[in-house]
Design a protein around this ligand. Structure first.
Ligand SMILES: Nc1ncnc2c1ncn2[C@@H]1O[C@H](COP(=O)(O)OP(=O)(O)OP(=O)(O)O)[C@@H](O)[C@H]1O
Ligand SMILES: N[C@@H](CCO)C(=O)O
Length: 305
């Protein structure tokens, strides 16, 4: 059987950073952030070329091992076949191994680009299938859901297949990230988690997660209480002691702060009045960035943008 046909024109895909967990919503909650990686992909006559600027330009592979290329290959398989050649140009801004969803962004950029360069791609791989594939590649659905859909996402998995809903975060929430210079790989941080947890801790997180849905969408004044976690942050503190101390210091001042994803970035869910005064908490160890919320998610954009 003949494989799919491909567009001759290049496509540009923009994907947002994301913060997973948000405290109690381990492996379920995701928040899309206004910090973006861009990729331009063109189907070529033969071979593979990968150009990388920005984050990872010195360290990432430029062959079939590149995460975005591997993700494109997986998506092309689902779409019915591989193109003869590929040109990939990456402009990376999301820092790697910091808990800001860089691996999910690479995966989502790859599969959205593969779908966009394939004629008939969107009907062959619909949005639900795209999320399921991204989750298979990433291992958990929280970052990829936020990266694909934007906004505040709640993801869950049934019999291995991931689904998600998207909610609009309150306009009053201003995310501030504190990014340290050191990396902690998600794999390392997940290795620190226990196999079982006390029932009281699981119950506490269930209640706070439910509260967080209301707090993040309609009542931000509840965010401090709603971002309490007892399932993962303390277990991981030994791998990111400065971040754990910063979360404690911010929370002691009444600022809703959490470890972003698997860390070591700290995310504060601030407001217009408070966001700028948070910079002083970063000291010399953290680069502090006030971001916007991303409400769009992964997007195929005009090439000249
Ligand atoms: N733009 C990219 N292109 C290719 N590979 C990438 C890209 N971004 C991340 N990666 C790969 O993913 C690794 C980081 O993934 P990891 O899951 O550990 O951290 P993260 O995704 O930044 O954080 P978190 O999952 O906690 O939000 C990098 O070391 C690199 O191998
Ligand atoms: N939920 C994931 C997010 C990081 O990718 C974790 O905390 O391990």
């Amino acid at each position: 059987m003949a494989g799919p046909a491909f567009r001759a024109a290049a496509v540009r895909v923009r994907v947002p950073a994301s913060s997973a967990n948000l405290g109690p919503g381990f492996d379920a909650f995701g928040l899309a952030l206004g910090l973006y990686d861009d990729v331009v992909v063109r189907v070529a006559e033969s071979g593979l070329s990968v150009d990388i600027a920005g984050e990872g330009a010195e360290t990432l592979p430029r062959d079939e091992n590149h995460l975005l290329v591997r993700s494109m290959r997986a998506a092309f398989d689902r779409l019915g076949g591989q193109p003869r050649g590929l040109e990939v140009v990456c402009a990376n801004r999301i820092p790697h191994g910091r808990g800001l969803g860089s691996s999910s962004a690479a995966i989502c950029a790859g599969i959205v680009a593969a779908r966009a360069v394939t004629i008939g791609g969107p009907s062959a791989l619909d949005d639900a299938a795209l999320l399921a594939l991204a989750t298979e590649l990433e291992g958990h659905p929280d970052n990829v859901a936020a990266c694909l859909r934007g906004g505040f996402t709640i993801a869950w998995t049934d019999e291995e297949r991931a689904s998600a809903i998207r909610l609009d975060p309150s306009e009053q929430v201003v995310p501030v990230v504190f990014v340290p210079s050191t990396e902690v790989l998600t794999e390392t941080a997940r290795g620190l988690l226990p196999k079982t947890v006390p029932l009281a801790d699981a119950a506490a997180n269930a209640g706070r997660s439910a509260l967080l849905v209301e707090a993040l969408t309609r009542q931000p004044e509840l965010l401090l209480a709603a971002t309490e976690d007892r399932l993962h942050q303390d277990y991981r503190a030994s791998a990111m002691p400065d971040s754990a101390a910063l979360v404690a210091a911010l929370r002691a001042e009444g600022v809703p702060a959490v470890i972003s994803g698997a860390g070591p970035t700290v995310l504060a869910l601030s407001d217009e009045a408070g966001a700028d005064r948070l910079a002083e908490f970063g000291g010399t160890a953290f680069a502090v960035h006030r971001l916007k919320l991303d409400r769009v998610g992964a997007a195929v954009l005009p090439l000249d943008l």
